[in-house]
Design a protein around this ligand. Sequence first.
Ligand code: NBP
Length: 485
Amino acid sequence: MATAKEAQANIGVVGLAVMGSNLARNLASRAGNTVAVYNRTYEKTDTLVSEHPEAGFVPSKSLQEFADSLRRPRAAIIMVKAGAPTDAVINQLVEVFEPGDIIVDGGNALFTDTIRREKAVRETGINFVGTGISGGEEGALKGPSIMPGGSAEAWETLGPILTSIAAVAEGEPCVTHVGTDGAGHVVKMIHTGIEYADMQLIGEAYDLIRRGTGKSPAEIADIFEEWNRGELESYLIEITAEVLRQVDAETGRPLVDVILDQAGAKGTGAWTVQTALDLGIPVSGIAEAVFARSLSSKPDQRAAASGLPGPAEEWTVDDPDGFVEDVRRALYASKIVAYSQGFDEIVAGAEQYGWDIKKGEIAKIWRGGCIIRAQFLNRITDAYEENSGLVALLTAPYFREALTGAEPAWRRVVIAAVQGGIPAPAFSSSLAYYDGLRADRLPAALTQGLRDFFGAHTYKRIDKEGTFHTLWSGDRTEIEGVDTH
Ligand code: NBP
């Protein structure tokens, strides 16, 4: 019978596929950490430990051994496939951990699963922390952006450990205790939703420039490189230049021209939109991005529709430099809308689930380690620091000014897209959202009239309190105080 292991590790990792092993190596590389590692299939543990002797890993063949190798309160980060595998590992860890210990799920869990798991695990006296980890493989290894939920008690132990491995942006670690139970995973989810919108907007900008000016991918790469030196500076703009510049070794053509134009998705964008629908928050930029990927991945429908008529004449712009600048401004304005909508969803989620989320802190921890890292995030932090009760991010003074500067260009670009028959769903829906939000009157009044007509759903009036119904099938007089249906 194996003897109990000496409790020597201060943190453990369960699940040693690409994310878990990189996170374990990151943890082991920071002073003060001794890392226990476990994987269901022992070969993976063995490979990691033998390939990285410098890490001083404490490997285990069973979860009991793994638990024995951790100092109290034990803390272990699960990095296994989201869904049923995560539930299976949690249940096994609960068996070998004790009250006060901490189980962290660092996978991409749906936040409602995290809420359910936290509630169930809390009943055993063990802390459960769902944490968003962004930045992919490289982030896990070198420093991700980390969005932990869970209790304040768990954060006391975990805080220093997670801070030791997080990315650092402008001297500050990209980690903060986001809120309780599912707060970390919801913020990670919305971050990824924003990433979808960001990428869709970049794609539309590229497409408009290419088809409007006839510039080559390499020339457009130069434009993105230039943009990356200004207010659009971000990881995604930077790597867009890299991808556009890449030439396919086999054909000698730009790589972007030989990649099949059907975008995939793992589902986080759809989760973001589904959650927004439940919360009643219009995240049209993210939704358009999700739908644009879906549309791209319908080859049969696209083939069937390819002969449908478009503009009679080939579309080109008269002033290419002016058009490129217009597209840059339209991109920036639409990006502001996408982030503003994403933060609206965070705020609504926080209200619904009772999380005390500091919006400025969220923008700060996205500045490094993650895919949407951008200079622009500082402006969001500033906006919430100046006014924590800001009701819409795009109305903050900095963003109001940016939108004012971009607005004419934004309209010109959307008009050009429509005239040219170029799909620009995220650009145009962002502009429509902006116009909707700033409108004095919306046709929602007519919608209410129609709802009252066919379903007696009632309406409110602008000139007096109360609820009203018109007797549409009677003498069409208005009655007051009717029940709302
Ligand atoms: P995978 O998502 O491919 O999962 C593989 C790991 O899960 C292996 O360690 C495997 O063990 C383990 N596992 C499975 Br599958 N079923 C299990 C079970 N029933 N019991 C115990 N272990 C089980 O790994 P990954 O790509 O490294 O991702 C890990 C997590 O990180 C996922 O939740 C993923 O969504 C998330 N992720 C995040 C990012 C990011 O940027 N933050 C990127 C990629 C992934 P085995 O070796 O025994 O099969």
